[in-house]
Design a protein. Structure first.
Length: 248
């Protein structure tokens, strides 16, 4: 990726067909190369507030010019949100938390920060790669060789997270770095999508039109499959010549 790369985006969120409130939140800062998805937990009002707290922190973070410094500033924003949520949970006497998956693209590089089971995928040259690893009890069982992927699909612990923002005073954020080049398409999503749509399906959908069209198609696909949870997607296309801001 060169300095001439611009971003085309499609960002959508839907309450789904079962829930009455949307506990997901998202961030889209295309001029800064920042996107994020957060999925709240702890009941409707608490979950909605927790994800909004994470999103607010990421939206307001003032980013320095250097890539690594910018990543650290984003991580600091998430840690600040973690402290705020932990304090609120202590006062409320109950668990409050949120997942987060954040993407920074700048100067031919990309970094992903995450906690929980919101995901980031990258489509490049016909192949979709999952850049994150779910922080869930089921994923730990898979990693330990105690479950295979098919068994994990409908496991009763599938929704139990092993890490999230606001659950503990000390938050461990995972980070992966890579390159970003013209033609790449990134997808950030809450588990309301990833639990319904297989990675192999994304391989075809992510290149089936402009990011706004793809985002709409992903939401519709989740709704067609019952959408028992909130569904949020951010589709980011790396383009060498155009700058298009799609309305959120």
């Amino acid at each position: 990726m060169t300095a001439t790369i611009r971003f085309e985006q499609g960002v959508r969120s839907h309450v789904g067909r079962v829930r009455t409130a949307n506990e997901d939140a998202h961030v889209a800062r295309p001029r800064d190369g920042v996107w994020a998805v957060a999925d709240g937990m702890g009941g409707h009002l608490r979950g909605e507030w927790a994800s909004a707290c994470v999103a607010r922190a990421l939206r307001s973070a003032v980013l320095p010019d250097g890539f690594d410094a910018a990543v650290e500033r984003l991580a600091g924003a998430v840690h600040a949100a973690n402290s705020e949520i932990v304090a609120a949970a202590a006062g409320a006497g109950g668990a409050i938390g949120s997942t987060v998956a954040a993407l920074l693209i700048r100067d031919g590089r990309c970094a992903v920060l995450w906690a929980g089971d919101s995901r980031v995928y990258r489509h490049r040259d016909g192949t979709v790669t999952l850049l994150t690893t779910d922080h869930s009890q089921v994923e730990q069982l898979v990693a330990a060789g105690l479950l295979d992927r098919e068994q994990a699909q409908d496991h009763p612990l599938a929704h139990v997270l092993s890490r999230a923002v606001g659950v503990r005073a000390e938050l461990a954020l995972d980070r992966v770095d890579g390159e970003a080049i013209a033609g790449d398409v990134f997808l950030l999503c809450s588990d309301g999508l990833s639990r319904l749509v297989e990675q192999t399906e994304l391989q075809h959908v992510l290149v089936d039109g402009a990011p706004a069209v793809v985002a709409d198609a992903l939401i519709e696909l989740a709704l067609d499959r019952g959408a028992p949870d909130n569904v949020t997607v951010a589709v980011v296309g790396c383009d060498a010549t155009t700058l298009i801001h799609i309305g959120v």
